[in-house]
Design a binder for this molecule. Structure first.
Ligand code: PEP
Ligand code: MG
Length: 758
């Protein structure tokens, strides 16, 4: 009892006719199950659709009792159908009733059937329903029959996703694909944004599923796979690729998969059964995605992601878009959803249209988070699998404060959030009223609030926020947004505009901090490194390739003519590196002087303290520099050997803990002893609890993103620094019992009425 050879193709042809008929969705579905049953020679064929209440509703059947349609339902996990849905895998059983999960539903009359074959109905890895065939005899279905069922499941998936089946379901229920969802992640960028989903890597919609000409499709698939292989081989043979490194590993994995017989065979099989080449790739991809969602081992998940990426390339190749998706018009309220994203890629979007960003990965101090914060974009990260859960254009809310995302929210949720946005706006207005109040604590200490910046577009924030200057101008951001290396003239013009728009407030420039995860798109000649955060980056590049640093220093000296120039160097690991950088500035100054250029009125040079080795050379360092700034993002990652961009590690160690607070105190004490002005410009400064502790440790200058200025200032205005210091410092002494210092500080804030909400 087998489907005849050529059966799948015949079936697909028939299904195409059914899809084209002007009939109701129920009639269409009824005809589809009839055709499948005939083709597979099954006595039963049924479709169960997943509803928003996590219940699978029998939506069409041939063979089971007609009155059971829309009456019989199973929860996900219940019975064989529920098991298929919960595990997203197929079940092929000669004797279904002996399976432990079998659940008897008397209204269906299915007790007479023994053989059972069920496959999940998947779309982009997402579970939409279950398709089942049954027979009275104890038969085992053949592999080609499983294949037929999976292929037709794809067509039903399109019907479900298009929403046409919704009116058929039990009144009051809705399709699961449209179900509202609340997803918990981590807030990485302040604020609340309401908008519509835009996928950073758009999913390509394959609309032509059924092939007219099978040999032609097989040829197209073969040619596309060949092209894919050549392009991967080509990438791997590029001479600039180092022999080791993460990038290379990914490409090696791509190559392995591109030549994977199993993968190719599955796609060829799907084409033979009558799918178009792109639909065949998508069918196999959907299966991989479902496995990806089930996979808990991070390494294997990663490899499945590689497979997924490769399938995307192949689909693009087949659809004639090998060089990436053509992005359509961005909606006015776009919320970008991505697995992860490089900091530079964010600049490709029109800022005015972005209402939020949602990432599967991301950590608070990763550069994408920092850049998004500097652009005041609400960000939520670490939401596993979010890319598969959304569809382009879905409504979505990003709450960067609570770290939650609401997908397809119900109207009342949307209204509540719209209110939250208005509330935040009122709060911002309150903060703006504090704008001209000096940030003096209750017991009279002045704590200077500065801004972290790096792009011309954040400069208006200086005026709006009332910050007293720019404590960190990340010059590399300009390099990251450019398409080629900014020339000296362009650099000079930007730095001059920055100084001019700061209107006399101090600006601290930081020399180029590239390398690590700050990649310049046009500087491909940098070698791949196994450990880039600790690799050839920042001042190391500056000193080894002095040409780059010299040009930047020259541009800065010229831009600051007649004013004060404040310049600091990132990632300095010992005093000699600072001395070499200082000598370079000196040489440039003399050079310009000889040529008759006007020089800055004063030049102040400093270092960022972000490499722990420097902590053991603080006396020597502070004897030489004019100022210093603690880069707590890097200092923390190196002190705890905890990669700042690693999602799994974020939150594992607390900067508000004994070792790090002792470290911060040591730096501050030494700076005070040497009368060297000290700022902290890492992300810690912008969080009220952390800023409170920094003030207690003696820090009197904090540099942060513009959205943090209001919350930190309102905290400072209510803080009695002396009281907190008296409570905190004894706890940093040796021999004290272990204590949760963050909890202690929070309790202090509560008791003293210090506002610490961000
Ligand atoms: C830091 O490391 O704390 C810092 C401010 O520099 P960046 O985040 O740009 O590395
Ligand atoms: Mg740093």
């Amino acid at each position: 009892m087998r489907g005849s050879l050529g059966g799948p193709r015949l079936l697909l042809r028939k299904l195409r006719e059914v899809m084209a008929e002007p009939i109701s969705p129920q009639e269409r579905l009824d005809k589809i199950v009839e055709q499948i049953a005939t083709n597979v020679v099954a006595e039963v064929c049924s479709v169960y659709v997943l509803r928003d209440d996590n219940v699978l509703e029998l939506t069409a059947t041939v063979g089971l009792k007609a009155e059971a349609v829309h009456q019989t339902s199973l929860k996900v996990g219940e019975g064989l159908v529920g098991l298929i849905a919960s595990e997203a895998r197929c079940l092929n059983l000669p004797n279904a009733q002996s399976h432990p999960a079998f659940a008897y539903k008397p209204e269906t009359g299915e007790e007479i059937f023994n053989a059972f074959l069920g496959v999940p109905i998947l779309r982009a890895g997402r579970m939409l329903g279950v398709l089942v065939v049954q027979n009275k005899s104890h038969r085992t279905y053949q592999e080609d029959e499983v294949e037929i069922l999976q292929t037709t499941a794809m067509i039903i998936a399109e019907m479900i996703a298009a929403g046409g089946l919704e009116p058929l379901l039990k009144p009051g229920s809705a399709l699961d694909v449209k179900r509202p969802m609340k997803l918990d992640g981590v807030g990485l960028g302040e604020g609340v944004g309401l908008g519509h989903v835009v996928l950073h890597e758009p999913r390509i919609v394959v609309s032509a599923l059924i092939a007219d000409d099978v040999p032609r499709e097989a040829g197209r698939l073969e040619a596309a796979i060949e092209k894919l292989r050549i392009s991967v081989d080509d990438l791997l043979s590029r001479s600039e690729l180092d022999q080791v490194g993460e990038h290379r590993d990914v490409l090696e994995a791509y190559r392995m998969f591109a030549y994977d017989r199993g993968w190719v065979r599955k796609m060829e099989e799907a084409v033979k059964n009558g799918l178009t080449a792109e639909a065949a790739v998508e069918k196999v991809q959907s299966d991989t995605r479902a496995r990806m969602l089930r996979q808990t081992d991070p390494y294997l998940r990663e490899r499945l992601h590689d497979f997924d990426a490769l399938a995307n390339r192949l689909i693009r190749e087949l659809m004639g878009r090998p060089h990436g998706p053509v992005s359509g018009e961005l909606p006015r309220d776009a919320v970008i959803v991505a697995r992860n994203m490089g900091a530079a890629e964010l600049f490709d979007y029109d800022r005015d249209r972005i209402k939020g960003l949602v990432l599967e990965e991301g950590a608070p101090t990763s550069h994408i988070s920092i850049v998004a914060r500097s652009m005041n974009i609400p960000v939520v990260g670490q939401i596993a699998g979010v890319v598969s859960l959304v569809e382009l254009g879905d409504s979505i809310i990003v709450d960067g404060e609570l770290g939650t995302v609401h997908l397809r929210p119900a109207l009342d949720v949307e209204a509540a959030f719209a209110e939250k946005v208005r509330f935040r706006a009122r709060k911002q207005a309150q903060y703006r009223r504090l704008k001209s109040r000096p940030s003096i604590t209750r017991d009279g200490h002045h704590v200077q609030i500065l801004l972290n910046s790096g792009l011309f577009l954040d400069l208006p924030h200086l005026e709006e926020s009332g910050a007293s200057g720019i404590g960190l101008f990340r010059t590399e951001l300009q390099f990251m947004v450019a398409t080629s290396f900014p020339r000296i003239g362009e650099q000079e013009a930007l730095y001059r505009r920055v100084l001019e728009s700061a209107g006399g407030k101090p600006v601290t420039f930081r020399s180029l901090d590239i390398g690590g995860d700050k990649v310049l798109p046009y500087a491909q000649s940098f070698e791949e490194e196994e450990n880039p955060a600790m690799g050839w980056r920042a001042i190391r590049i500056g000193l080894d390739r002095p040409g780059l640093l010299r040009i930047q220093v020259r541009a800065l000296l010229k831009a600051a003519a007649g004013r004060e120039l404040r310049l600091m160097f990132p990632m300095v690991a010992d005093v000699s590196e600072y001395e070499r950088a200082q000598a370079l500035v000196e040489r440039e100054k003399n050079f310009l002087k000889r040529l008759g250029y006007e020089l800055p009125e004063t030049i102040k040079l400093g270092v960022m303290i972000e490499v722990p080795s420097l902590l053991f050379e603080l006396d020597e360092l502070f004897a030489k520099v004019h100022f210093a700034s603690v880069g707590s993002n890097d200092l923390f990652q190196f002190a705890f050997a905890s990669d700042r961009g690693n999602t799994r590690l974020s939150g594992r160690y607390d900067p508000m803990s004994l070792p790090f607070l002792r470290m911060l105190k040591l730096i501050q004490d030494k700076a005070a002893e040497h009368h060297v002005p000290l700022t902290l410009c890492g992300e810690l400064s912008g969080r009220p609890v952390e800023a409170m502790v920094l003030a207690a440790l003696g820090y009197r200058s904090l540099s942060m993103s513009s959205s943090s200025v209001g919350p930190v200032k309102s905290m400072l205005l209510e803080l009695d620094v002396g009281k907190l210091r008296a409570r905190l410092l004894p706890r940093l002494e040796p021999g004290r019992p272990a204590e949760d210092l963050r909890a202690m500080v929070r309790a202090f804030a509560e008791e003293q009425g210090v506002p610490i909400q961000p």
